[in-house]
Design a protein around this ligand. Sequence first.
Ligand code: PLP
Length: 691
Amino acid sequence: MDIPQRISRIREIAYNIWFSWQPETHQLFSLMDRQLWEEINHNPVKFLLYLYPKRLDEAAHNSVFLELYDHLVEKYDRYLHKKTWYQRQAPSPGLLVAYFSAELGIHESLPVYGGGLGVLAGDHCKSCENLGIPLVGVSILYKNGYFTQKIDHEGRQKAAYPETNFNEIPISVCRNQDGTPLILPVPIKESIIYVQVWCQIIGRTHIYLLDTDIPLNNPDDRKITKQLYGGNRDIRIAQEIVLGIGGVRALRKLGITPSVWHINEGHVAFLILERIREKIKEGASLQSALHEVKARTLFTTHTAVPAGHDLFPKDFVLSNLGQMVVQFAISCEAFLALGWDHEHQSFSMTQLAMKNAVRTNGVSKLHGEVSRKILNNDEITWITNGVHLPTWIAPEMSSLFAQYLGWDWMEDYTNQHRWKKIKLIPDQLLWQTHQTLKKKMISYVRYNLYQRLKRNLAPPSVILESLNKLNPETFTIGFARRFATYKRADLLLKDPDRLARLLNNPKQPVNIIFAGKAHPADHPGQEIIKRIWHLSQEKQFQGRIILAENYDIHLARYLLQGVDLWLNTPRRPMEACGTSGQKAALNGVINCSVPDGWWPEAFNGKNGFTIGGDQDFPNECIQDQEDERSLFHLLEQEIIPCYYNQKDHVPEQWICHMKENLISIPHYFNSERMVQDYYKKLYLPAFRGYN
Ligand SMILES: *Cc1c(COP(=O)(O)O)cnc(C)c1O
């Protein structure tokens, strides 16, 4: 990368994930080569590698570019040097949180996340960084990441695992003082594997990513970090050993000394074992090692489904962790007891984490209650998830808010009071902004759809019909999430005739856009995709039911900024929190949800719509029927008439809901409030308790 001196700091910005939530970086890179910027998935490092060098020289002499560049660099420096929220708190010298997560959804150019858990982890790190809460992240650098999805001509999901070239993404190899790559040994079974460490920078915060794909390892071990959630049980435990044990060792080797250890979901709980081993090696008894480790360990559970917890058979654990057992110098029974699950007669990563953490928390109020039940532990607390507002807000909305909430509103978005000024925005203007985002979303979805139909050799008439009904005047519902069966993407599809009447009402037409991946091993999930696909082919649903492929951060952003209604239909109480509705809400998009996850905490009667009540049902079948009935009723009687009650193309009542939504939801359901809660309720007490 030969970059002209005048714009040399563009490289530094390309390597700092801070770029990802600056609208100006998108403008800057688009100015050089818009098409390339889109093609390479907004990855600035790859962009600079592939750009014609001539374009860089031109940019360095272009006054428009230079003005934007100078502005961005200044903003960057200001950001890095400003006094943070954390610096304004009472000082806690020595506080450093190690945040371990098996997936991290930071940006579309780093496909090392599967869905909500990863995106949440990414937002957690970003908000700690924004507030200055001292944190290091640890995760895995998956060579082939999570799969990309294509839908074929019969509605089947085709999964592919494209390889990521690590030299083309914003990370760099960690090195020893002599310049050689930092590599550390990790014990597995009877042998040793070697782990290389990479670093990703978010502002001032460092994320360390572990990678076994190096020549020191044999070909099988190189594949340990190949796919996220892709392998068999052997690979799964190997990944968890690399992450938990290797992660602690990496931090030690880097000279980093965390004082609080945060386990983000059970996958990473082996970090407990490595820390116990360290203490025993220093001469502590097992008892005191357990005690000391526990005092500084926190565990967040994200699962509301008992089957979602990692379980391993006894002998399997002993053979994989045999070297640990020897170093602990305890019996196999005592070792297994650290994470034994009596109910399932297995070693459970959730139990390992819960038994050895000073606090365990769920991720919404309701999920806290559910976790207390399913994990049989009355002490579980909860902190409701939130989303990183600067990542998820559309720049158009953000500029509009700046006019009415004050130019510095982004510095202060947890302030409920300021959001009341949303009332001052003229309806017309809020609506125009929403419609602009809706048009952008539609052209992106059209492109997505066109690519698929063309690839699958659909007849031109079908292509036209499908693309043409996507229209900014039409009420548009978004349903985008993993196609896990409990999310019930098919809730509306069980009565196709009623649905057809609903969607094709000539005065009040409706479109529904679906998107999502089903895990390649989740066959019922893939059947739902097929079902949606099949319906979307029927004459009555062409262009009314739309299936967009390859749901990722990029597609998510378009959808949840541009639809009118964000639909959420999990089978209560299986959604631990859900975060996509929070992202939609901060863009003025209305939520329509069953009272599960975060929604019961947010719903106030005016800021969205709730499907059904919070009663328990005798069985799933009745629950599904009741929820289906409520949802149809709500759409037919309330939601759609409200939207189409328009004066001069402006739906006044609908806009009331939008404003109420903006006033009551984003100030709280954001990750800045969330990490402040973690800091006050968990990080600080764990840190102080030990001292
Ligand atoms: C936010 C997000 C999710 C999580 O959404 P849920 O509401 O929890 O289903 C999943 N995938 C992507 C790409 C996201 O951005």
